[in-house]
Design a protein around this ligand. Structure first.
Ligand SMILES: [Zn+2]
Length: 331
């Protein structure tokens, strides 16, 4: 028998933020995405509650190497040197030497990095199993197919369990807490690629999955609807970002002095001075979507009116925020 168990890592004290998945079958156990180093102890007690510990795990299956998914990997391998770590070939180098990953994250999170994600340790090369997509990983009686699904990150993979028809999509299908109506794109720098992202979403949809498992957070039923909505949302956000850039809110100046000479832009060799704009666009579109969904989901006029009121208030607040950002850029 195969069991799939969600472990809520209760990141920064917030439930339903980051989930690890424990897969057990015939005495074998693996974790998909152990989460950040800052939630190691929560993971330890989550495993203990299920009669497991770090020593009983056989492998870690990483969807990608971002700190909220894979930051604890090095520390876990230190406690259990037999752990195999599966990671896409483009992410492997960052597991061996996380310095570039940490520098990149440090530019976003500054002094909060340690508090948010803990200490990210390197992983010995001998523990790492390189994935390209197309592999099949056996866990007891269960088998997980590996698919290369870039878009959110250039090294993102999805694990597909044909028997339960569950796709473990990491961040490829965005943020949606336990099937809630609100669906938020996950668009971090530096290597978002909308075109390949859409292609990855089409690939996942083509399997006809019955459930998706999102790291943020949990199972989502109706994958076909979820993926269609997510593609729409990504398109809206791209359009909004382009609009922001075209309106003069973008460009070098908008990034502000923190971003000048920032290696993050050149991290994938293509240069994407967009991360700051993406964050603003994400904020605008996310709030907008939240208001819209609250209105349409309930079909209650009163809620719509309230939604419009909230939206107006948020718009005023955003205008102030954008003005502040402009001032910051001009300093
Ligand atoms: Zn994530």
């Amino acid at each position: 028998m195969t069991t799939l168990t969600t472990i809520d890592l209760n990141w920064t004290g917030r439930p339903c933020s980051i989930a690890a998945v424990l897969i057990g079958s015939e005495g074998a156990s693996v974790l998909i995405d152990p989460g950040p180093a800052s939630t190691m102890e929560t993971l330890r007690s989550g495993l203990r509650d299920r009669g497991q510990d770090f020593q009983t795990l056989d492998a870690l299956l990483l969807t990608h190497v971002h700190l909220d998914h894979a930051g604890a990997t090095g520390a876990l391998v230190r406690e259990n040197p037999n752990l195999k770590v599966y990671v896409h070939e483009f992410g492997l180098v960052h597991m061996i030497d996380p310095s570039r990953l940490l520098a990149s994250a440090g530019r976003l999170y500054g002094g909060d990095l340690q508090m948010l994600y803990g200490e990210c340790m390197p992983v010995p090369e001998s523990n790492l199993k390189q994935l390209h997509g197309g592999e099949r990983i056996r866990v007891g009686e269960a088998e997980l197919d590996v698919f290369y699904t870039p878009g959110h990150a250039s090294h993102h993979v999805t694990y597909w369990d044909r028997v339960s028809r569950t796709a473990f999509v990491g961040d490829t299908a965005g943020i949606r807490v336990q099937g809630d109506a609100f669906l938020l794109p996950a668009t971090p720098p530096p290597d978002i690629d909308i075109e390949t992202w859409n292609h990855s979403l089409d690939t996942i949809a083509s399997w006809g999955p019955e459930r998706l498992f999102l790291t943020h957070f949990g199972f989502t039923e109706n994958p076909a609807d979820h993926i269609r909505l997510y593609k729409e949302r990504l398109a809206e956000w791209s359009a909004l970002t382009r609009k922001l850039l075209a309106s003069g809110m973008g460009g070098e100046g908008f990034c502000g002095r923190d971003c000048r000479g920032n290696q993050i832009h050149a991290a994938n060799g293509r240069g994407r001075p967009l991360h700051f704009q993406w964050r603003v666009a994400a904020l605008v579109a996310g709030i907008d979507a939240l208001c819209a969904e609250k209105g349409s989901a309930t079909q209650v006029k009163r809620t719509r009116t309230r939604g419009i009121r909230i939206r107006k208030r948020i718009r005023r607040w955003l205008i102030g925020l954008l003005q502040q950002l402009r001032n910051h850029a001009n300093l």
